[in-house]
Design a protein around this ligand. Sequence first.
Ligand SMILES: NC(=O)c1ccc[n+]([C@@H]2O[C@H](COP(=O)([O-])OP(=O)(O)OC[C@H]3O[C@@H](n4cnc5c(N)ncnc54)[C@H](OP(=O)(O)O)[C@@H]3O)[C@@H](O)[C@H]2O)c1
Length: 352
Amino acid sequence: MSIVVRGLCINTDRPYNSPAVKKEYHIAIAGATGAVGAELLRVLERRNFPVARIRALASRKSVGKKVSFRNQSVPVEELSANSFDKIDIAFFSAGGDRSRKFVPIAQKAGAIVIDNSSVFRMNPDVPLVIPEINGQDVKQHRGVIANPNCTTAVALMAIYPLHRAFGVRRVFAASYQAVSGSGARAIAELKEQVQAAAADRQSSPQVYPHPIAFNVLPHVDVFLEDGYTKEEMKMQNEGRKIMHLPEFRASVTCVRVPVYRAHSVALSAEFEKPVSVDQAREVLAKAPGLELVDEPHNNRYPMPLDVAGKDNCQVGRVRLDCAFENGLAFWVSGDQLLKGAALNAVQIAELL
Ligand SMILES: NC(=O)c1ccc[n+]([C@@H]2O[C@H](COP(=O)([O-])OP(=O)(O)OC[C@H]3O[C@@H](n4cnc5c(N)ncnc54)[C@H](OP(=O)(O)O)[C@@H]3O)[C@@H](O)[C@H]2O)c1
């Protein structure tokens, strides 16, 4: 489906295949061997993004490895100051420190950067974009565009259409975040701990401070002075910027769960206007990039196993919130490697 958001045409579910577009782009992926980088390669291929050449960049230890793009193997090069010559678009998913150091270098070399780290998200000169919500902000870029936090992106896919209809004031939320949100090492850690438990042997955690298999950790990212974690504050801070809603408030508890892929968020939202479940369902059913899966009596509701690998997020369990005046409670699941990272980044590139 193509939607028009304030003058910009956004392709929400169809590959980029307009015969009128002839230009092909030189693309660099910093972090090409990681969880997001691997997904970026797949999304660019699946959506037929007009790629002239891919440059796969990672750390020194990955030099000699190859990644696959359109059935061709692409050698992995070490990310360096020379990586961005003649690059049109550089996707960064190599962690904050690499973004801090190399994004300005890529920008200076003339590339437009789409960055997955949190380093530039709140910089007023850097648009923070979810194409279905504020695609028009891309026009303000000065060489760098930021991709939002993955939990925030999944939650906003449902919050924003409701906001347009009813005017959101504040949300309370708890997230259920998959281990792939912490990268390739965390996926391996959950696998290893599950196998160790089955074999009745010990396995000490490396990525997380506690075992993640058969456990839930109310701890994502670092703790701040006020007791929230950095991750928890992203929904309020990034939500304000993306929705152009400086008064938006979000109190969030972020929880890591032993799920490989796709984040879920339980939300209670308070609105300016009165809401009804029927109206809310109607709004959510029409929202781009979102599917309404809300048949609790048939045991149908969004779940990580159902959204993993899918572009659209899903929303369900819609009900009147019994603690808020004009309130709705609902549940969203979305593949955070896609809508929270690679897919959103490629959609931004398509807007460009
Ligand atoms: N995972 C998610 O769901 C998600 C969602 C949104 C945003 N993000 C952000 O995306 C970024 C990558 O996340 P990820 O989950 O893909 O992590 P990951 O699986 O751990 O991958 C990290 C990537 O960065 C590369 N890298 C690490 N150190 C490097 C160095 N010194 N020089 C060059 N490359 C280096 C790694 O290369 P080697 O293989 O050579 O080490 C690898 O390709 C992070 O900033 C993360 O916050 C992730």
